[in-house]
Design a protein around this ligand. Sequence first.
Ligand code: HXC
Length: 263
Amino acid sequence: EASYETITAEVVESKSVGLLMLNRPQVLNALSEVCMREVVAALKGFDALPEVGAIVISGKGKAFAAGVDIKELKNKTMVDLFVNPVLDQWNQVSRIRKPLIAAVNGYALGGGCELAMMCDIILVGEKAVFGQPEIKIGTIPGMGGTQRLIREVGKSRAMEMILTGERFMDAKEACQRGLASRLIEGTNEELVAEAVAMAKNISGMSRPAVIMAKAAVNAAYESHLEEGVKREQAFFGATFGLEDRSEGMAAFIEKRKPNFQNK
Ligand code: HXC
């Protein structure tokens, strides 16, 4: 297990789940460049581990992440961003093939909100707060926020958040609008435990089927309908090449639990 400066990363639940905690609580888990590199490295590590079937991302302390580290961002020039586009690194999060579950209980602002939205499922605790305050510091979201928030919460609410930098979204509203899938009452630990349980459940499914399902859903998310449906049908057809598919269907008919080989 690699040791990191700004995150913790471990495999839990008999190695079936990767658990990544942002760990700079003193600055509300502000996403520094080191942190970015460590998150990407840890996620790629989990993606490559055959035993890991799904990954949970959360934050230590009272925030998920209050954005990209403004102290580092402050000294960047336009030239820096074009010539050495360090922030591009974050795009790699959306290229992880295994499911990512964000457990958000506290501030998910700016890049923190964008990181949560790069995950496949968001679970929230009662104290979750989402916002895109970049406009208040003279910039705009730069890690996919303008593209993803509108898909999640609609144009008017997304514009309001992005143009005013205010009117943050709480846990209840995030669930109502579909940004988050579920509110888990209780402590941070209970929220993370629920996310880990969900990840473990997903990890028990046929691994190739899970990867195809995520890629097919993302096709709808990333492209237009016709192309997405075509991709879904291609993946659907591909599952018929899996023994897991015949086993899963046979198990249903025989009223027993499936014994998937590829997990
Ligand atoms: C660096 C940060 C930080 C950030 C908080 N801190 N957010 N440091 N970058 N994004 C630090 C504070 O400086 C402070 O450090 C400590 O964390 C605690 O924060 P406080 O402000 O004292 O806490 P509180 O009063 O509770 O207010 C919480 C808050 C506020 C409302 C979340 O911290 C805040 O507005 N943060 C910035 C939110 C933001 O603008 N995010 C977008 C960033 S731009 P000290 O040392 O003073 O104790 C972005 C760009 C994305 O994300 C696109 C990039 C391509």
